[in-house]
Design a protein around this ligand. Structure first.
Ligand SMILES: [Zn+2]
Length: 460
């Protein structure tokens, strides 16, 4: 058995690992590289192996850096099955279609700006639809045959809806598990990361291998404090949030806080067509729900993602009308880093009023408007016009879907460390992986390898 990583090796995007079992090749994830445009474009376009050589693909979850190149893989000759959980397939379908849409818009914009620009989208919507036809979905804890002599089983990864860790069992008894992106215990909606049992090898992510998060238990109370303080000032709360998972988590918490009367009954607007579509996926995948959501909502027959004062705006006209709503309310809109989309209109209309709050709940990359707001830059530009940032800015660091290093260590300790022969570290920046490697060795793991891109590792 051999492992080769063609993405997310000493970096965080482009997840793509190939497991070779006696010449039969299985890919785990086939994600998009993100970052500097020219560099990412080159890496995204070319495969360093023949896609037609793969027998099947296992998809751990629907984030773009894990599923974003699947349509291209299929268009380039991969004809096997893509195995995922049912919710993962639905989320991936939404994300891949959105990626095709963004690329088409980028190409159009570039050609308008620089006529003759060679940029071509990696794929279009028809390739997305073709690839969706190759999905075969399997629930958690339902072992299935991937190829002759290799079985696979999904376990909850606790990261986003439908996210899974994948365990491979060979006929000779060897077992290898992939964490995919490892979530955290206590996240709302979904279940906590579930133990896998014991394996010989583990391919583990290390995004936050050198960082600790604020406790997730604080998220609800912090959110209530921000809402109540803003309502007292008569202001509005504007929340830039990613359309998938973060928006639904916010809706879930706000619903729960309203039911518990910890915040007043406010109008809440989800103003993002993508978030509206994502929320309908969350509504139907009850098989992914954790115990809390079952207890608070399902047993009472209450829809956690739909209540009287929650509105999903669809048309642009409806979105624009939100500016006329005078009394305090909450707007959740994308994009998450304030780079495009409807959030820009809401920021433009609201950043200059000191009674309002801009609530930051996600990571803001350098050089984005979201980062400038988080850094409280006094004057920001929106659609090329300057605006004074007078609204309050509140940052909640409790919302993270990735395990920090203590949470990774706690998870690794659930394995029999005598049996575990080696941990391969992927999906992290250099410093995070080095730090995590040290901590794992200290914790008693026998061998830890930071995976190099394109390098083949034997697993005897
Ligand atoms: Zn992810």
């Amino acid at each position: 058995m051999k492992l080769t990583s063609y993405g997310a090796a000493r970096e965080v995007t482009g997840s793509n690992h190939i497991l070779d079992v006696g010449g039969r090749k299985i890919a785990v994830d086939c994600g998009m590289f993100q970052g500097h445009r020219v560099d990412a474009e080159r890496k995204n376009r070319e495969f360093l192996y023949a896609p037609s050589d793969l027998e099947s693909v296992i998809l751990t979850h629907g984030h773009c850096d894990h599923c974003g190149r699947l349509p291209l893989l299929c268009a380039n000759g991969f004809s096997g099955n893509i195995h995922s959980t049912p919710a993962c397939r639905d989320i991936a379908g939404l994300i891949m279609a959105d990626t095709a849409h963004i690329q088409a818009k980028d190409a159009e914009w570039l050609r308008k700006k620089k006529p003759g620009h060679p940029f071509q989208p990696l794929y279009g919507i028809s390739e997305v639809v073709e690839s969706l036809n190759q999905f075969v979905t399997v629930g958690y804890k339902r072992p299935f045959l991937v190829t002759d002599g290799v079985r696979c089983e999904f376990r909850d990864a606790g990261h986003i809806l439908g996210s899974a860790m994948a365990v491979f069992r060979l006929e000779d008894g060897r077992e290898i598990a992939f964490t995919g992106d490892m979530g955290r215990a206590g996240l709302p909606i979904i279940r906590d990361p579930q133990p896998i049992g014991d394996v010989d090898y583990l391919v583990c992510e290390g995004t936050y291998g050198d960082r600790l998060h604020d406790p997730i238990e604080d998220a609800e109370n912090e959110l209530a404090e921000v809402v109540n303080a803003t309502v007292e000032r008569g202001g509005k709360i504007i929340i830039p949030a990613f359309a998938v998972e973060r928006t639904q988590e916010l809706v879930y918490y706000l619903h729960k806080l309203t039911l518990e009367k910890k915040i007043p009954e406010l109008e809440i607007f989800v103003d993002s067509p993508m978030a509206t579509n994502a929320t309908s996926i969350f509504r139907v995948h009850q098989e992914c729900y954790g115990p809390e959501i079952q207890e608070i909502f399902l047993e009472e027959h209450i829809n956690p993602f739909g209540f009287d004062n929650l509105h999903f705006t669809t048309s642009v006209a409806e979105s624009k009308k939100l500016n006329e709503v005078e009394k305090p309310h909450i707007i959740i809109s994308s994009s998450g880093m304030c780079e495009a989309g409807r959030i820009l209109h809401h920021l433009k209309n609201n950043v200059e009023n000191p009674n309002n709050t801009i609530l930051i709940v996600g990571f803001m990359a350098a050089h984005t408007l979201g980062r400038r707001i988080a850094d409280r830059v006094p004057e920001i530009k929106i659609f090329g016009e300057p605006y004074k940032l007078r609204a309050r800015v509140k940052i909640l660091n409790t919302f993270s879907a990735h395990a920090d290093y203590n949470e990774i260590l706690r998870y690794v300790r659930t394995f029999d460390l005598n049996r575990l022969r080696k941990i391969f570290l992927v999906h992290g920046e250099e410093s995070a992986l080095e730090n995590l490697k040290g901590l794992l060795l200290e914790a008693g793991v026998k061998a830890v390898e930071i995976v190099d891109p394109g390098q083949e590792y034997e697993m005897p």
